[in-house]
Design a protein around this ligand. Sequence first.
Ligand SMILES: [Zn+2]
Ligand SMILES: [Zn+2]
Length: 367
Amino acid sequence: MGLAERSLGYDTRFGRGFISGVFAVVLAALGLGGVLCLRYPSWLTTPDARALYPLDLVRFLIHVHLVAGFGLGVLSVLLSRRAPLGLSGIGLVVVALLLGGSQASIGTLGGTRALGLDWFLLNVLVLAMLFVPLERLFARLPAQGIFRPGWLTDLAHFAVSHLLVQVTVLLTLMPAALFFRWAVHPAAQAAVASQPVLLQFVEIVIVADLAEYAVHRLFHAVPWLWRFHAVHHSSQAMDWLASSRIHLVDAVVTRALAFVPLYVLGFSPGPVYAYLVFVSFHAIFVHANVRFRFRALERLVGTPKFHHWHHATSPVDKNFAIHLPVIDRMFGTYWMPPDFPATYGIAGDPVPRRYLAQLVWPFSRRL
Ligand SMILES: [Zn+2]
Ligand SMILES: [Zn+2]
């Protein structure tokens, strides 16, 4: 049983007010988050993105979320004997309305000490709209619901990594420029950047995945690094949200090291941005609870089954690549039986279940 279900004493079956209650809270929180972004943009929005938002659409989406959150909150209270979820949803909507609702005036701009609340809200919205229906329609494990055990922990990982986006991006990009400027060769960079963008994109996928493979294996092989990476492997249920269970140290170090060869080789920004969008979707997709079979393609491209075996309780240390299984075949770590694994996670289940405990666990002396 998951934390949410256990701590709230809810009956999680359909028609008992749990599902509508959770949706009420999630939608109301998204709406309130949107209102807060309008009111306090210099604290809560990403400076580079502010100019790009279509405000009318943003206000309309906030409106829809608040109305739906309120309606589902009322439904949940009516259906459920215990009402904290529904009431929380309604409470969040009331707070949002007191702050001005979807028509809240825009606060003063300026300052750079921002949390990426806008980035978090945007990603929750887009990814949930994409992956929740996909996993409902093509579920590998249909009995595994959206609110499976551990989903709140994963949502906390998702929220924090997106709220801190400005810090983590800086920490990801800085080491390459600080420590590897010596390796840059202007003429070689010019040659790389002058190639067709599609070719550059393919090269980036190969280079980044080779680097990712090496760093990933290191995280599995070196005990003090494994503590950080073990958090990612502690998931016992695989779905799109499980992909975000990554310790901040793991996320920053892996991305920073994978970025080094891209920086040194000097690919042009367009293909690099295209790759960043691609990798963020692909890395989530390979965790998803979907039963797609890719047949011949499975040997070439990282698929959910390929990465699910990386998360299997046994055997361990297989399928380190994200995009290109051929790298694992080259280095003898490829593992691809006909079916999905039966169980996920680490034998003995050493990692704590709550977010904050997971954050400090790798630093603990008792290990
Ligand atoms: Zn791993
Ligand atoms: Zn994974």
